[in-house]
Design a protein around this ligand. Structure first.
Ligand SMILES: C[S@@+](CC[C@H](N)C(=O)[O-])C[C@H]1O[C@@H](n2cnc3c(N)ncnc32)[C@H](O)[C@@H]1O
Length: 251
């Protein structure tokens, strides 16, 4: 599998940290009530493990977690994060597969797909929902976010991260342009600077499949899942649960 993070992985964890400061409380809210549900928490595209850590903090019950991460470089960060924490180390299994080839547990209490669903073309999303829906435990949830843009649109160069560590600063820039029906191409530039002068720069680009809330709701409904927004409104966070559970959903 082509790894869009092969060259940028060193920057991802430090640059997604602020986003996770915002996501973690909303994820905890979205997981409200899941403590009563049995099964495994699955984090698809777990990246450096910030979502795994947030989910385990929200459900601190030592139940199993499957963290699926295909990028070797990001998986190294994930393994280090899990290894450093005795509770995570007991709970979390790190899998090197991807969303479609990883064997899923028979009973899923929560499946996270955070900051990753745009990596899957529409046909692969359909395959994923077809795999997940029958395994979702009663009361279980799929939790994901739709990052803007949700339609193919031009995104001008924007500074998405700027942080200092020691003597150096790190900058991440993002821009995008439409590259097909339901698709954009992200152009990312990551820089390391000393006193404002670039020491190194990495540029990468990758395809990203965009969809909006009504499209996501429609495709999930085909698999018996109903969708609702969750958490802080500007985060684009959604929860899907079995439509047959109707108003029993609490969260
Ligand atoms: C922007 S990162 C987000 C990581 C993490 N979920 C987070 O929010 O911090 C996107 C992740 O999706 C993973 N990914 C890409 N394609 C994937 C696929 N087909 N199946 C599973 N994960 C995938 C990447 O390797 C990467 O870890």
């Amino acid at each position: 599998m082509n790894d869009p993070y092969e060259r940028s992985a060193e920057y991802i964890d430090i640059m997604i940290a602020d986003a996770w400061d915002a996501f973690a409380p909303s994820l905890a809210e979205a997981l409200g009530g899941v403590d009563a549900v049995e099964g495994t928490i699955v984090d698809l595209g777990a990246g450096s493990g910030r979502g795994v850590r947030a989910a385990c903090a929200a459900l601190p019950d030592d139940s199993p977690v499957l963290a699926v991460e295909p990028s070797p470089a990001l998986r190294a960060v994930l393994l280090a994060r899990v290894h450093e924490d005795a509770r995570l180390r007991r709970r979390v299994t790190v899998d090197s597969g991807d969303a479609l080839n990883t064997p899923l547990p028979d009973s899923i209490r929560a499946l996270l797909a955070m900051n990753m669903i745009g990596h899957l073309p529409p046909g692969q999303r359909q395959e994923l929902w077809a795999r997940v829906a029958p395994r979702l435990a009663p009361g279980g949830r799929v939790i994901l976010n739709l990052a803007p843009p949700t339609t193919p649109a031009h995104v001008p160069p924007s500074l998405m991260a700027n942080l200092a560590m020691g003597d150096l600063t790190y900058e991440g820039w993002a821009s995008a342009e439409p590259s097909g029906d339901h698709q954009i191409t992200w152009h990312m530039t990551y820089r390391t600077l000393r006193q404002g002068r670039p020491l190194s720069e990495v540029t990468v680009e990758y395809a990203w499949w965009v969809l909006d809330e009504p499209e996501l709701a429609r495709e999930l409904a085909e698999h018996g899942l109903s969708l609702r927004p969750a958490g802080q409104p500007d985060l684009g966070l959604y929860v899907a649960s079995l439509a047959s559970e109707g108003s029993e959903f609490k969260g």
